[in-house]
Design a protein. Structure first.
Ligand code: ASP
Ligand code: MG
Length: 275
């Protein structure tokens, strides 16, 4: 089993999203597909949540354009737009809309392309020990939630589970609230699932070839690392290299699971392998 994670930078518009079915077809085995909100939608949602009156009209426009680009019919566009509402009163619930609606759209698109899969809501499986948009994972509870799914996946040899990165939930007794794992946290979600399912590898698809010694967009001399140790990657990610979220390395190092960074637009390139 592998975890494949696609960030917002890859899934930035309808044309980019159309590449996803073919990429998934290249991975025949059991896969868990983790996605983040399309493009820079979380920034937009952060802005929306900071206003006194919450108004989702700008979000409607972005999602409508993407769905039109994917040739969704009017009825389905309206059905999905109707789902745009926060699940509770928290700021985290507003940010979570990005991942929740993006995954609904992708799920519908993949079904249209006959890629059968199960859409699994991450807020029901990734649990945090506190509230907020930068909450800490409750590993024990998350492990417990994933037990049932583990059996299901193990039985089905060709399954695809589609889920959201970044979003989670907090509960105590009857109280339950949406939480998030910190901005850009969907790499970390992929690592959490990789650790718990003890997968063969975790692949993060990005809009760059891999991890560079410095930002290749700013520095022509930047060197691409083909391989890195967990410790080297940990140091880079914790010292300003923003390609991979810093929390991603530890859960994978713990179980010696390789982490591969690949270019979404050129998946035949080897990328950077961290092991
Ligand atoms: N969509 C979230 C964010 O932009 C999570 C992620 O992209 O990893 O922060
Ligand atoms: Mg994002």
């Amino acid at each position: 089993m592998k975890v494949l994670k696609f960030g917002g930078g890859c899934l930035k518009d309808a044309e980019a999203i159309k590449k996803l079915p073919n990429i998934l077809k290249k991975y025949e085995n059991n896969i868990i597909v983790v996605i983040s909100a399309f493009g820079k939608l979380t920034n937009l949602l952060e802005d929306i949540s900071s206003k006194r009156t919450v108004d989702f009209s700008r979000l409607h426009v972005v999602f409508t354009n993407i769905m039109k680009g994917l040739s969704f019919d009017k009825k389905n566009i309206l059905k999905i737009l109707n789902l745009i509402k926060p699940l509770d009163n928290s700021n985290a619930a507003i940010l979570a809309i990005g991942e929740l609606i993006s995954s609904q759209i992708l799920s519908y698109y993949l079904h249209k392309h006959l890629i059968s899969h199960t859409l699994c809501n991450a807020t029901g499986i990734i649990k945090t020990s506190n509230k907020g948009i930068s909450a800490s994972v409750d590993w024990e509870e998350t492990n417990h939630r994933l037990e049932g799914i583990k059996d299901k996946i193990a039985k089905d040899n060709n399954s695809i589970v589609l889920t959201q990165g970044f979003i989670a939930s907090y509960s105590r007794g009857k109280e339950c609230e949406i939480s998030c794992l910190g901005r850009e946290g969907s790499d970390y979600s992929a690592a959490i699932l990789g650790n718990i399912f003890n997968v063969e590898e975790v692949v993060l698809f990005k809009d760059v070839d891999g991890i560079y010694s410095s930002d290749p967009k700013k520095n022509k001399q930047a060197k691409l690392f083909h391989t890195l140790s967990y410790n080297q990657a940990f140091d880079l990610c914790n010292n300003g290299n923003t390609v991979v979220h810093p929390k991603t390395i530890k859960p994978l190092k713990e179980k010696k699971i390789p982490l591969v960074i690949k270019n979404f637009n050129n998946i035949d390139l080897p990328g950077t392998v961290i092991s």
